[in-house]
Design a protein around this ligand. Structure first.
Ligand SMILES: Cc1cc2nc3c(=O)[nH]c(=O)nc-3n(C[C@H](O)[C@H](O)[C@H](O)COP(=O)(O)O)c2cc1C
Length: 214
């Protein structure tokens, strides 16, 4: 009986651990995703589709952690990421637009670091359904990583777009495997985002957006 009771407590604790609320702070320490969990890659591919209806309901810390890691997390000792990058230059910066602010993802420390406080989710879209979704991700390219490579600007833009598409598709597969919804989006208020984040348009370019939620 005592053993059963302690098992129940353990189960409850585990359940609680798997639904940790996100505490809005200057730095959100994300959790290390497990190697288990989620549907198989085959199931994820069968399930993947674009969603355009979202509840105004926050993700749990576990969900946010899984999504950000899927997008751009470190998955090897050499520091490379879950997504590939042309020439391993990693121009893409991954911003999370949450109700509590706009955060930049730091893959090395697996943290989200707030750049601006406040709800700016509507800047990350041109479509109403994303205004109040749990999370909008914005992929911004730092074009300066291509400096000195004598590469045509159009080619740089294409490569940055391809990098971002890889990040976004990782997220689409993660959400499809973990009971969440998502959509890759090309539309956002790009100029306003750069202005808000005080990013010089000569160096930084909006590349892609994405909505994730329930
Ligand atoms: C690069 C890219 C940009 C997209 N931009 C938008 C967008 O701005 N708004 C939107 O509703 N869907 C957007 N989509 C989603 C497509 O409309 C969607 O993938 C397509 O209709 C096929 O549907 P499915 O994803 O459910 O298979 C985009 C998809 C990609 C790959």
């Amino acid at each position: 009986m005592a053993l059963m009771a302690s098992c129940n407590v353990k189960q409850q604790e585990e359940q609680q651990i798997t639904a940790t609320p996100i505490v809005a702070a200057e730095t959100i320490q994300l959790q290390t995703p497990s190697k288990q969990g989620g549907a198989s890659i085959n199931e994820a591919l069968w399930n993947r589709k674009s969603y355009r209806d979202y509840a105004n309901e926050p993700l749990t810390l576990e969900e946010l952690s899984g999504v950000m890691w899927a997008a751009a997390g470190v998955n090897r000792a050499d520091g490379h990421l879950t997504a590939p990058s042309a020439l391993a230059l990693y121009p893409i910066q991954t911003y999370a637009f949450l109700e509590s602010g706009v955060y930049l993802y730091d893959a090395k420390t697996n943290t989200l670091n707030r750049k601006v406080e406040g709800d700016y989710r509507s800047l990350a879209t041109l479509q109403d359904f994303a205004n109040t979704a749990s999370l909008n991700i914005v992929y911004i390219a730092d074009l300066s990583v291509y400096d000195g490579r004598n590469m045509d600007a159009n080619k740089v833009a294409v490569l940055c777009g391809m990098d971002a598409a890889g990040y976004a598709e990782n997220v689409n597969l993660y959400t499809a495997a973990n009971g969440l919804k998502s959509i890759t989006r090309g539309g956002a208020k790009a100029e306003q985002i750069l202005e808000l984040l005080q990013l010089d348009p000569a160096r930084y370019a909006f590349t892609l957006a994405q909505t994730v939620g329930k």
